[in-house]
Design a protein around this ligand. Structure first.
Ligand SMILES: C[S@@+](CC[C@H](N)C(=O)[O-])C[C@H]1O[C@@H](n2cnc3c(N)ncnc32)[C@H](O)[C@@H]1O
Length: 247
């Protein structure tokens, strides 16, 4: 399956997961809120690259940002256009690696949950920076591969699959990631003329898989409580949000 087809297949699941009382739901909401807080209020021009179903753009449009978005997946774009009908003509099908915008178009560019999937991270980061105005900000995320949750998933993967099948919560296998690390992303940003101004850990998950599937609500509540208390982020955060400013 092509990456477009995989994201098309997952679009409805991914959109609905934002409202679920599960560890996935908590993780998605926590990252979204982190990004909204970092972006702040408009006015200004903002691009969400790999916008998915448009949840972030919906929230930022109501904070006075003039929002645009791109995504590879037609199904994701359909969700986004339904959510933001008044901005539909600025929600486009395009790869992050070849953005259909002139240089220096945006005050803020967001790319969450997407840089780990792009075919060429160097090209993608170059494009994100090209469309950013001088002194503009890029806010991006990457998975925290050192979190207990991610490590436990890897260690118990066969068990996880069996538990998910037994509990009928098996979600389709996600698209393959490219292995881009936070250090490599920071080097790429610096090389492209951006200075990192903040790193924030988010999307805590405490109960190791497969227990999180059995006690899903409890696991999500525990993660939420620890995240609010900012405790043990290095181990528990499944996502890192990086903010950088163009020189
Ligand atoms: C995990 S979702 C993240 C969606 C959203 N940014 C968020 O934070 O919830 C990844 C999204 O990136 C899109 N995507 C993946 N690779 C892409 C690429 N090379 N160019 C544009 N979009 C891409 C997928 O279609 C999908 O909608």
């Amino acid at each position: 399956m092509t990456p477009e087809a995989l994201f098309d297949r997952d679009a409805s699941w991914y959109d609905a997961a934002h409202d679920s009382h599960s560890v996935d739901g908590h993780a998605l909401r926590a990252r979204l809120e982190t990004v909204i807080r970092r972006v702040g209020s408009g006015p200004g021009d903002l691009l969400d690259a790999g916008m998915g179903p448009g949840r972030l753009l919906e929230r930022l449009a109501s904070r006075d940002w003039t929002v645009s978005g791109v995504d590879l997946s037609e199904r994701m774009i359909e969700h986004a256009r339904r959510r933001l009908p008044q901005h539909a003509n600025r929600l486009l099908q395009a790869p992050v690696e070849a953005l259909p915008f002139a240089d220096s178009t945006f005050d803020i560019v967001v790319a969450t949950g997407v840089l780990e999937y792009v075919s060429d991270p160097t090209l993608a980061v170059g494009e994100l920076v090209r469309v950013l105005r001088p002194a503009g900000r890029l806010i991006a995320s990457l998975p925290n591969r050192r979190s207990i949750h991610v490590l436990s998933k890897r260690a118990y993967y066969p068990l996880v699959r069996a538990a998910k099948r037994a509990l009928a919560t098996e979600r389709p296998a996600p698209p393959r990631q490219n292995g881009l690390t936070p250090d490599a992303l920071e080097r790429l940003l610096r090389h492209n003329g951006l200075d990192a101004i903040a790193f924030e850990r988010t999307s805590f998950a405490i109960v190791p898989t497969p227990l999180d599937l059995i006690a899903s609500r409890t696991a999500a509540r525990a993660a939420d409580a620890l995240e609010r208390g900012h405790r043990f982020g290095r181990l528990l955060a499944t996502q890192l949000v990086i903010e950088a400013r163009r020189r």
